[in-house]
Design a protein around this ligand. Structure first.
Ligand code: P6P
Length: 294
């Protein structure tokens, strides 16, 4: 079954947004070989933008602007929320190319999308959907509009075809531990040591979207915690934690910033960072228990 058919029984406006972005990601998937350089600009986080970052961002921005389907557009590569001329109230958050620094070493990177009705500076629990496209050995698209997490493969005919429906996170002992061990805060150090004593196997690529996709399929926990000198952590609430946290939660998993569900946090700014724990319910209950007992 193709993506368009799979979307036909849902909210048609949201479905059109998913299909528009899916179409743009096909172009992105073909663009890596000729855009490996760095650009002469930096984003609002002071990170040098790679040629692919800017190109992917411009592609998605211009297509959604032209579509008239979207009112609010927030991107990790843009300083502010953009308002497009549209009668719709749909808002999207975009990380055009998460993990882009890994393109040069041929590791999987991805496009992450959060979908809202209205203001994107809302808690993730108010999202109406999320999707991501992972550019790896395969190009795959996962989406959820509140009724299950579904996965599609970009086939040899350049079509996204269904390969798994209603994905649920299994139970396994895998952990993807971001940040430096020497900078761990005491409660996080206890958490990681507890997992390691329990035989958890380390799987970490440095690409959030790829590492969380692995957790969705295999189970376990991804964490990029708050750490000494940056208690708010590294990953962005709007562009990374909320969309991927929404999908993992809809697949039966959970999220936390070590004390509460990430999806319950009211964003104060588009650049807000958050400590991230995303994965199985057992692993999320454990971090919140350790933090509470701190
Ligand atoms: P570190 C990629 O730059 C990213 O934003 C996420 O995709 C990833 O999880 C994290 O940073 C990796 O950070 O400090 O391990 O290089």
């Amino acid at each position: 079954m193709r993506l368009k058919e799979h979307l036909k029984n849902g909210d048609m406006e949201i479905a059109q947004v998913v299909l528009r972005i899916a179409k743009v990601t096909k172009t992105i998937s073909r663009g890596f070989a000729t855009r490996q350089g760095i650009s002469d600009s930096s984003n609002i986080y002071g990170e040098q933008q790679l040629a692919m970052d800017k190109w992917a961002d411009e592609l998605i921005l211009s297509d959604l602007k032209a579509s008239g389907l979207v009112r609010f557009f927030a991107s990790e590569e843009q300083p502010d929320i953009l308002k497009f001329d549209s009668s719709s109230d749909i808002g999207v958050t975009i990380d055009p190319l998460d993990g882009s620094s890994l393109i040069g070493v041929n590791l999987a990177v991805g496009t992450i999308v959060g979908i809202y009705r209205g203001d994107v500076l809302s808690p993730g629990s108010e999202m109406v959907g999320a999707m991501y496209v992972l550019y790896g050995p395969l190009t795959t698209l996962n989406y959820c509009l509140g009724e299950g997490v579904h996965e599609f493969l970009l086939n040899e005919h350049d079509e996204f075809v269904l390969q798994a429906e209603n994905l649920t996170i299994p139970d396994s002992k895998i952990y993807a531990p971001g940040a430096l061990r020497r900078d761990y805060l005491p409660f996080h150090k206890r958490y990681i040591e507890t997992l390691e004593d329990d035989g958890y196997k380390l799987r970490y690529s440095g690409s959030f979207v790829a590492d969380v996709h692995q957790i969705l399929h295999k189970g376990g926990i991804f964490t990029y915690p708050g750490f000494k000198g940056r208690e708010e952590g590294k990953l962005r609430l709007l562009f990374e934690a909320n969309p991927m946290g929404y999908i993992i939660t809809e697949a039966g998993g959970a999220t936390s910033d070590s004390q509460q569900s990430i999806l319950s946090i009211k964003p104060e700014s588009i650049s807000q960072r958050v400590p991230v724990y995303i994965g199985g319910r057992r692993e999320i209950e454990l971090i919140e228990k350790i933090r509470k007992g701190e």
